[in-house]
Design a protein around this ligand. Structure first.
Ligand code: F6P
Length: 542
């Protein structure tokens, strides 16, 4: 029987190494090696990762690579790219890498090359996107489309909304994009406020086409559109669907010709580059979408082929695992210094936490180490004026990923320099802090000295990219996808299922009729749940 993770010699070696270097401060590590800042940095496929401000030595990195080897990372990567059914609890292959494969590449699943099917859908998406963009696709009354509303949730929302925001610089000037996800009717109301239905296209995005939130919002949007345009026939010009569920789409009333499909081997949180990206393609155009896919693919090839120590996603994943499991820093702040990436932290939350928030291994045994860190974040510099106080002087240590771009897309005066100066300074301040002696030398009153001390030694990565292009976004997303994969491979968990979202869904379906019942229902929950249901029933006024 194979040893459990924490019993492996490679794991134990890291644990004892951690004890030996626990007292080392980043100040010492940098003082001992003048080249650390350039040596512990890696450039590949146009991304520069400075990981020197992590609490690691050369030995740590060697031991982390040894752990990855011991856990069979290389074989697991090969298995994913080969199309093995590595999502074992759902008996599915995991082939989002096929979504960005060039036409000439072959990826065979169950005897069938899946790449032609991917390109057939991309071609149909491109033809449709072009028609919407140039006004050939008209609404029911003959007006051109001005508003695109994506209705979806989870991976069918977070990827599209993140990408639309991230690539807004490249978006069609006369089209506006809105996103509805929450079953809270406020979301649909506000997203559609002021829109002319005759000029609005709804994209119903749902892998399963059964998700409560999406189907509820889609039906409400359809009813409202039909009422306003006065005919059921309007649906054909104002609704398209993205799904794997052709029957569900048909039952909803959307024709097959207006459906864009993808396969079950695309996980929801890995689907922004599938047909789920239709809103993105309409926004930025097929050529830019293709450039984004090429960026994804470049990172895929790097991940597949680069040796672990020179492999960006592997390194990022191993460093995260080191911080989480060996140093006990259980969260990760993702801090893009780029307003266009304002939804990137939310996107990464699903990617990382739905993938790796698991408590058992592939064999159903408890994982003996902490799995996914809690991912959170905000764009800089806004975060600096809210939660950075805790990051700098709080009692918890929060590893940070800083992300910045060397060229501004919306330059005004020298503002971009101010932005990037802040990014660089924050990483510096976290690593090196400020000692009591430095504070005293500044003449600070003795009683204030402890308040003005920054202990430093707080780890961060800095990712610098030349410019936020569609290709760069593809590379960045693939970097994190594969970093998540790397960590999941070491924990030996299924990073591609999401059973943890089921219980709440099932319980909600029991509560719905209890809230709606015209008579006081018999409640058989716990006393807290019963009381909450009763109070809601008594107090609601709508
Ligand atoms: O939250 C669970 C989940 O299944 C996610 O994995 C998925 O992205 C989301 O719901 C939406 O699912 P669908 O695209 O099937 O509507």
């Amino acid at each position: 029987m194979s040893r459990t993770l924490t019993q492996k010699a490679s794991w134990k070696a890291l644990a004892s190494h951690q004890k030996k270097i626990a007292k080392k401060h980043l100040r010492e590590l940098f003082a001992e090696d003048a080249t650390r800042g350039t040596r512990l940095a890696l450039e590949a496929v146009g991304l520069y990762l400075d990981y020197s401000k992590n609490r690691v030595t050369d030995k740590t990195l060697k031991l982390l690579v040894a752990l990855a080897e011991d856990c069979g990372l290389q074989d697991k990567i090969a298995a994913m790219f080969r199309g093995d059914r590595i999502n074992t609890t759902e008996n599915r292959a995991v082939l989002h890498i096929a979504l960005r494969s060039p036409r000439w590449q072959q990826i065979v699943l169950d005897g069938v090359d899946v790449v032609p099917g991917v390109h057939e859908v991309l071609d149909r998406m491109a033809a449709f996107a072009d028609q919407v963009r140039d006004g050939r696709w008209r609404g029911f009354t003959g007006k051109r489309i001005r508003h695109v509303v994506n209705i979806g949730i989870g991976g069918s929302d977070l990827g599209p909304v993140m990408a639309c925001e991230a690539l807004r610089h490249y978006a069609h000037a006369d089209l506006d994009f809105r996103f509805v996800s929450n079953v809270d009717s406020t979301d649909l109301t506000e997203a559609t406020r002021g829109l002319d239905p005759a000029q609005t296209l709804f994209i119903v995005s749902s892998k399963t086409f059964t998700t409560l939130e999406t189907m509820t919002n889609a039906k409400a949007a359809r009813d409202s559109l039909v009422a306003q345009l006065g005919s059921d026939d309007a649906v054909a010009r104002h609704f398209v669907a993205v799904s794997t569920n052709a029957d569900g789409v048909k039952a909803f009333g959307i024709a097959e010709s207006s459906m864009f499909g993808f396969a079950d081997w695309v996980g929801g949180r890995y689907s922004m580059d599938s047909a789920i990206g239709l809103s993105t393609m309409i926004a930025i155009g097929p050529e830019n979408f293709e450039a984004m896919l090429a960026g994804f693919h470049e990172m895929d090839e790097h991940f597949r082929s680069a040796p672990p120590a020179q492999n960006l996603p592997v390194l990022l994943g191993l460093l995260s695992l080191w911080n989480n499991d060996f140093l006990g820093f259980s969260t990760l702040a993702v801090l893009p210094y780029e307003q266009y990436l304002k939804r990137f932290p939310a996107y990464l939350q699903q990617l990382a936490m739905e993938s790796n928030g698991k408590h058992v291994t592939l064999d159903g045994e408890p994982v003996k180490a902490d799995t996914s860190p809690v991912v959170w974040g905000e764009p800089g510099t806004n975060g600096q004026h809210s939660f950075y106080q805790l990051i700098h002087q709080g009692t918890r240590i929060v590893p940070c990923d800083f992300i910045g771009f060397c060229t501004a897309l919306s330059p005004i005066g020298g503002q971009h320099d101010l932005l990037i100066a802040n990014l660089i300074a924050q990483a510096e301040a976290l690593a090196f802090g400020k000692t009591a002696k430095q504070v005293e030398d500044e003449g600070v009153a003795p009683e204030l000295v402890p308040h003005r001390v920054f202990e430093g030694n707080r780890p961060s990565n800095t990712i610098l990219i030349d410019a936020l292009t569609p290709a760069a976004l593809g590379k960045l997303v693939a970097l994190y996808e594969h970093s998540v994969f790397t960590q999941g491979a070491i924990w030996n968990i299924d990073s591609f299922d999401q059973w943890g979202v089921e219980l709440g869904k099932a319980l909600a379906s029991r509560v719905i009729p209890e809230l709606r019942s015209p008579h006081d229902p018999e409640l058989a929950h716990d006393s807290s749940t019963n009381a909450l249901i009763r109070r809601y029933r008594q107090r609601r006024t709508t």
